[in-house]
Design a protein around this ligand. Structure first.
Ligand code: T1G
Length: 702
């Protein structure tokens, strides 16, 4: 049964695409569209209307087909058949018209949309570019600048905004879209509106600065560092302004095929699906009903507690914050109000929205006031004694069925659950600072956490627009456990010969959002120092892996907030500069360890830091701390600034070749000892058998 149906309604031929869940332009849809367009050329219809069933207009090409051999008809040919129709065709858009969906609408002769609809060309988020005429038709209607902004940002715009830039001709009330769009088509027929081919349009002659295209190239070389799709997008739009449509289409097609075949796009497409997969918990019985979460309480109104509270207020949920005294509470509430006011000042939200959200967050110093909360999240000091005090009190006051969550980064949640008589309602909700901005949420499932609680918090995570990943209990769960190995290797490289500036430059040039020492200075060397004090010498590991930050801390150089750490910071601009005295400290401490420092190549720095991440990722996978390798990729891309176009640590390892990764780790084990470089057994097995991660996961699907 074709996902494309056709019916005559009086003199209008109505084409309906029905390909759940998002009407993606699968092969069957493309075949169906060509068949129907050809059929309609010869029937009694006087004009055609293209609409979609379900919750949205076409949301793009079918991304799941990209890894397979392409099948004709290719989308550009389908859209050409639409545009060359000798009968007027009108697209009626609802939900989100994205990517190929917009290109399909632009190939139609007129476009109308529901007032709630959005229109976007998000291909750049997948390392692609609009490959079915989007870079050629959009500027012919909207002009070069609006086209570049829409395509390079990858962000959808409203129907009204799309109308303002001439992508859409009419906007109707959402509930009347079908009737109104039919009337719109009838009116076009009654007024003999001509077939209006976008490829023949020339946008109003906007003033094009001679530097426009190069300005966009420079901006996006910084914004989307190392990615080449944005640069090709500018080339294509420039061609649309300077060349005939057919020539521009050839340039676009070649550029699209280059992007689609690239590792960068493979990595971004992997992360697209991995993010969605991570929200699915493999061993939860189907149909486990979630609990209702309508009110939330947060223990601790500091930086983390305040940020966590904002996530719930942002979606209209009332939050009660508890602090130990009124002064701390007032300080925390005032900080939240300040952040919301800042967002309003920057135009991110309206002043009314800022006030409404602020009003949703109230405070108390009494645990008794938390008795009706459906969910309580504690974000207090990282000490097991403090957590014990908090959870003992919560167990006494909270209603039966309330979920009790800890935001701990490292502490044992099974132990915390034992501080209550309701271990099945206890779990970890590990937010990342700043908690109202960072998308990642590690949902730490303790031994006794119930299926119902897991189902509930997974749904809640999506509701508050987080990217949830399940982790099991271990020191550091998934992200921080890997970060600890990465940071250790940073320190070992410093002692052996690399400099802070070199390490940070290597990792940023490779694509990390920030260098590791810049991150350390931003987070504060005092935080990591205090966390280390809770560890035994054995847990701390080789003193070379923390001596430098200890010395800097003891000198009062605790990072950006104190004006100096690994770098020196301008008090006004926070601009960082390398500090030769830090190099002297490293030199001195290395000598104290009897290490003669040698210059280290950038390649060795990159290898050691990425391999330390990868090896720990495989250990996390083999121990079942993460459900799947792609979950580890999601954690590191959404929580730690790993470049999404490299697909995450595990995807990167697979693309590099697991045998090569294993050999390199063995080489470091042989030169640096087994303490930190014993290869994961799973990695060894895959390297020796040639099995891929995917094959192993399919074989071990529980
Ligand atoms: N292809 C295949 N599957 C898709 C898909 C797509 N384009 N979009 C979504 N899905 C699946 C998704 O994996 C999930 O599957 C289910 O649909 C619901 O998605 C030629 C080359 C539309 C805003 O980049 O942004 O067109 O997990 O959970 O939160 O120039 O999906 O249920 O099995 O995200 O309501 C351009 C990508 C493609 C849009 C809906 N289009 N999709 O969000 O649901 S390239 C995109 C989205 C292209 C042309 C180029 C979102 C959404 P499952 P969901 P949602």
């Amino acid at each position: 049964m074709s996902p494309v149906s056709y019916e005559l309604r009086e003199n209008i031929g109505v084409i309906t695409v029905d390909n759940p869940p998002v009407n993606a332009l699968s092969h069957a849809v493309r075949v169906g569209l060509v068949d129907v367009i050809n059929q309609a050329q010869a029937d009694d219809s006087q004009a055609l209307l293209l609409i979609c069933a379900g919750r949205t207009f076409i949301a793009g090409a079918d991304i799941s087909e990209f890894g397979k051999p392409p099948q004709e008809p290719f989308l550009p040919d389908v859209l050409n058949a639409i545009e060359q129709s000798n009968k007027v065709i009108v697209a009626a858009i609802h939900g989100q018209a994205l990517g190929g969906g917009v290109e399909t609408a632009l190939a139609c002769h007129y476009r109308c949309a529901a007032d709630t609809a959005k229109v976007g060309l998000p291909e750049v988020n997948l390392g692609l570019l609009p490959g079915a005429g989007g870079t050629q038709r959009t500027p012919r209607l909207a002009g070069a600048k609006a086209a570049l902004d829409l395509i390079l940002s990858g962000k959808p715009i409203s129907a009204d905004k799309a109308k303002d830039i001439h992508l859409i001709d009419a906007v109707f009330a959402a509930q009347d879209l079908e009737a109104q769009s039919l009337a719109y088509v009838k009116n076009l027929v009654d007024t003999n509106a001509p077939v209006r081919r976008t490829s023949e349009q020339v946008s109003d002659s906007e003033e094009i600065d001679s530097t426009l295209f190069d300005d966009y190239r420079k901006t996006y070389a910084k914004k989307l560092r190392n990615q080449f799709a944005p640069q090709l997008i500018v080339d294509c739009v420039e061609a649309a302004l300077q060349k005939p449509f057919e020539d521009g289409m050839k340039i676009e097609r070649a550029a699209f095929l280059q992007c689609r075949a690239s590792e960068q796009s493979a990595g971004l497409r992997h992360i697209f699906f991995a993010e969605r997969q991570a929200a699915k918990i493999k061993d939860l019985p189907r149909g486990t009903a979630p609990r209702k979460i309508q009110s939330v309480a947060i223990i601790g109104a500091g930086l983390m507690g305040g940020g966590i509270a904002m996530n719930f207020a942002n979606v209209g949920m009332p939050v009660k914050m508890l602090e130990i005294n009124q002064e701390s509470l007032d300080k925390g509430l005032a900080n939240i109000a300040k952040i919301y006011q800042g967002m309003a000042t920057k135009g991110r939200i309206s002043a009314e929205e800022a006030s409404a959200r602020t009003a949703l967050i109230s405070g108390t110093t009494s645990y008794e006031d938390l008795s009706e909360a459906d969910l309580v999240i504690e974000a207090v000091f990282e000490s097991i004694d403090v957590k014990k005090d908090v959870f003992t009190k919560l167990d006494k006051v909270c209603k039966p069925g309330a979920i009790l969550a800890t935001n701990t980064s490292y502490l044992d949640i099974d132990q915390i659950a034992q501080f209550t008589n309701r271990a099945s309602d206890v779990l970890g909700l590990h937010f990342f600072s700043p908690a109202h901005i960072m998308q990642l949420l590690e949902i730490v499932r303790a031994d006794k956490t119930s299926d119902e609680v897991m189902t509930t918090v997974m749904a809640l995570a999506r509701q508050i627009k987080k990217v949830p990943v399940q982790a099991r209990v271990c020191y550091g769960f998934i992200g921080n456990r890997m970060l600890r190995q990465y940071q250790r290797e940073v320190q070992m490289c410093l002692i052996e010969g690399a400099t802070p500036a070199q390490i940070d430059k290597v990792m940023m040039d490779w694509g990390m959002a920030m260098g590791p020492l810049m991150v350390a200075d931003l987070a504060g060397l005092d935080i990591s120092y205090k966390a280390r004090q809770a560890l035994s010498d054995e847990q701390k590991g080789d003193p070379k892996s923390y001596r430098i930050p200890d010395v800097l801390y003891e000198m009062g150089r605790i990072g950006q907030k104190s004006g100096s750490g690994y770098y020196i910071y301008d008090p006004e601009t926070k601009a960082r500069t390398a500090d030769p005295s830090v190099d002297d400290i490293i030199e001195r401490e290395a000598a104290n360890f009897g290490v003669t420092r040698q210059p280290m190549s950038d390649e060795v720095v990159l290898n050691r830091l990425t391999l330390s991440l990868i090896n720990e990722g495989f250990k996390i996978l083999e121990e079942g701390i993460a459900q799947r390798a792609s979950d580890i990729d999601v954690v590191y891309c959404f929580g730690y600034g790993f470049p999404k176009y490299r697909g995450g640590p595990m995807f990167f390892a697979q693309s590099r070749g697991l045998d090569k990764v294993y050999q390199d780790i063995c080489a470091y084990r042989d030169t640096h000892g087994p303490m930190y470089w014993t290869p994961s057994k799973l990695l060894q097995s895959l390297a020796e058998t040639g099995q891929t991660i995917d094959e192993w996961e399919k074989e071990n699907a529980s």
